[in-house]
Write a protein that binds this ligand. Sequence first.
Ligand code: PLP
Length: 292
Amino acid sequence: MALLPFDDRDGFIWFDGKLVPWRDAKLHVLSHGLHYASCVFEGERAYGGEIFKCTEHSQRFKTSAELLDFVVPYSIEELDAAKREVVKANGKPDSYVRPVAWRGSEMMAVAAQNATIHVAIASWEWPSMFDPATRMKGIRLDIAEFRRPDPKTAPCRSKAAGLYMICTISKHKAERKGYADALMLDWQGRVAECTGANVFFTRDGALHTPIADCFLDGITRRTVIDLAKKRGIDVQERRIMPDELPSFNECFICGTGAEVTPVAEIGPNRFTPGNISRTLIEEYATAVRPHA
Ligand SMILES: Cc1ncc(COP(=O)(O)O)c(C=O)c1O
């Protein structure tokens, strides 16, 4: 399948306060964000023209930047309105939405206190993060070598571009071995998350998920926990060590991109997508759709 490059598409991108034609949304090679990873982003989805948890994503976007010591120069309301404007302008009610903020080119060294902060928002159609033909059977996960860092070594609550370096390396390695993605442990060897999604397990009718204390506490993760609790499913957020993996029946990952995706394998461990996964896939699919 021919790839459609992301810099050569039709449509509009909101760039520093206004919509510009897609191909004109450019930045200079000497941008601090590119060299020193002073860059944060969001991943959101619009369903039926409405962005799910739009304001929560805008809040996290602002917080992510503050954790990197810069301020997104737009209010939550302005960001919400800009995202809606982009989705509308691109004419695809079901789309992925990508706000990104970075330090610009005025200064080019580690310190960049006076560099201008830029913000862009794009949206495009992205029906499924994993192969739709096999997704519902459960994806296969490798176990990554890199670990989620100690919160004392990185601003791990920020959705910061720099924190994805180990995710890309791990995912590439997994894909080369024929896996769809990789499960990452944390700096203490506990089960953490995938390269772009959080992880859940089931045992004896209860849901188990790691405490999000050194990785992204996903908006989807919190939604799934709420949906499960409303259904009367016991949810346990706790430390999970890899040697517990064989004792779980079901496993799924969740995130804005991944939505709720069943997992069939993690390394040598096998899981069977079952009732709890199916229920939460359906509940999530209903929750994200705009309600009349
Ligand atoms: C590393 C990582 N963890 C978790 C998530 C899930 O976050 P959310 O549900 O807010 O999209 C994402 C993004 O989707 C991610 O990139």
